[in-house]
Design a protein around this ligand. Structure first.
Ligand code: 5AD
Ligand code: SF4
Ligand code: FES
Length: 376
């Protein structure tokens, strides 16, 4: 036993592609040692606390055609919906009343002046109807700097925008080759969000057709170098009504995609001990206790779905999405029981901001005051 502890304590990870590939292909004792170390680091740095983000998937309208996504614009079998301002605020109020630290407003990618105005109003209303104010995270795709700024000034603190893959060649294979789907635009948006002082979250899909372990190792290095505050990543899950479905023969098994996702989470926790890492719903689509397993190996955030039940079946990015027939109360009590089972507690009524963001800002302040001292 002692020997094992010693072994795990020695385990350190660096941003070396070959080393990371080695860990991503690990099995047996080596994989167990990775998981144990990631768990230890999480418990030391973050504790055994899980923070909830109430996920409101308020519209499935989207102007894009990502080859992997079930709600892509050209999927005519999707019945499109959008929640009203009032429905969104009511859902946010539900989150607040149930002690959630924050809400995530997610939709397909919609860009228009009306949409920018709509979101700005929603942010302000959510802030007015919760005291102390609930945290607001946006997940609304690529937008102009001006729009990002307006939403930031209205009071949103965090933004999630997955890079999907850090390999521009693979990105190209997964998206139509047109001006709406450029890797460079995605990257630039991430820089804008950082510049505007959002807590920035990104992430990737794991087990995509044509994706290699080197790609995934580089994804980890990308997130490390970009110095992200939050991460949401999970397995790619095929959807029959998408073009990428034709490449199913290239896929590894669902179980392999799941295992690889856990290893990605554990490695990222070791590389970036103080960021927020979500145990994503796609993990649960493969394994009924997938999210709990992710919490055990380093994740610290869960995003319970609080979208009104009648809309849920229309927001299917991938197949077998869980919680479609449940409502917000069902998901909440389900998750409370699950988290208690793995000896964690829920950080009720706490924002659960990314410690990394706080630390990064502290560093900037020290640096800033040093600079202003020099100027005097
Ligand atoms: N499998 C897994 N994740 C998917 N997403 C979209 N389609 C799929 C899929 N088929 C993810 C993308 C996107 C997020 C909103 O959902 O990473 O950024
Ligand atoms: Fe639209 Fe996002 Fe789906 Fe791409 S992944 S089609 S941007 S909802
Ligand atoms: Fe939705 Fe378990 S989290 S039913």
């Amino acid at each position: 036993m002692d020997k094992k502890i010693e072994q795990t304590q020695k385990l350190t990870i660096s941003t070396d592609v070959d080393e990371l590939v080695g860990w991503l292909s690990s099995t047996g004792d080596r994989q167990t040692a990775l998981f144990e170390r990631a768990r230890e680091v999480k418990l030391n740095r973050i504790g055994n606390v899980v923070h909830f983000r109430g996920l409101i998937e308020f519209s499935n309208l989207c102007r894009k055609n990502c080859f992997y996504c079930g709600i892509r614009k050209d999927n005519k079998q999707v019945s499109r919906y959008s929640l009203s301002e009032e429905e969104i605020v009511t859902a946010a109020r539900y989150a607040f009343d149930n002690g959630f630290g924050s809400v995530v407003l997610q939709s397909g990618e919609i860009t228009s002046q009306e949409f920018t105005d709509f979101i700005e109003r929603v942010i302000k209303k959510i802030r007015q109807s919760t005291s102390p104010e609930i945290g607001i995270t946006l997940s609304l795709g690529e937008q102009s700097e001006e729009t990002y700024l307006r939403w930031r000034e209205a009071g949103a603190q965090r933004y999630l925008l997955r890079i999907e893959t850090s390999n521009p060649k693979l990105y190209k294979l997964l998206h139509p080759d047109d001006s709406l789907h450029r890797f460079e635009t995605r990257l630039n948006c991430l820089y804008l969000l950082k510049k505007l002082n959002y807590q920035v979250g990104t992430g990737v899909m794991i087990g995509l057709p044509f994706q290699t372990l080197e790609d995934l190792a580089n994804d980890l290095i990308f997130m490390y170098r970009f110095d992200i505050d939050m991460c949401g990543m999970g397995p790619y899950i095929e959807h029959a009504q998408t073009p990428l479905y034709n490449f199913n023969s290239e896929l590894m098994s669902l179980q392999q995609r799941f295992d690889l996702s856990l290893k990605m989470i554990a490695l990222l926790r070791l590389l970036m001990p103080d960021i927020n890492i979500a145990a994503t719903t796609a993990l649960q689509a493969i394994d009924p206790i997938g999210r709990e397993k992710a919490i055990r190996v380093g994740a610290n955030i869960i995003m319970p779905n609080i979208t009104p039940a009648k809309y849920r079946e229309h927001y299917l990015l991938y197949e077998n999405k869980p919680c479609i027939d449940e409502n917000a109360d069902d998901c909440l009590s389900c998750l409370e029981a699950r988290i208690a089972m793995i000896d964690h507690r829920i950080g009720k009524n706490e924002r659960g901001d990314s410690l990394h963001y706080q630390n990064r800002n502290k560093k900037n302040q020290v640096y800033g005051s040093y600079l202003s001292g020099q100027n005097q």
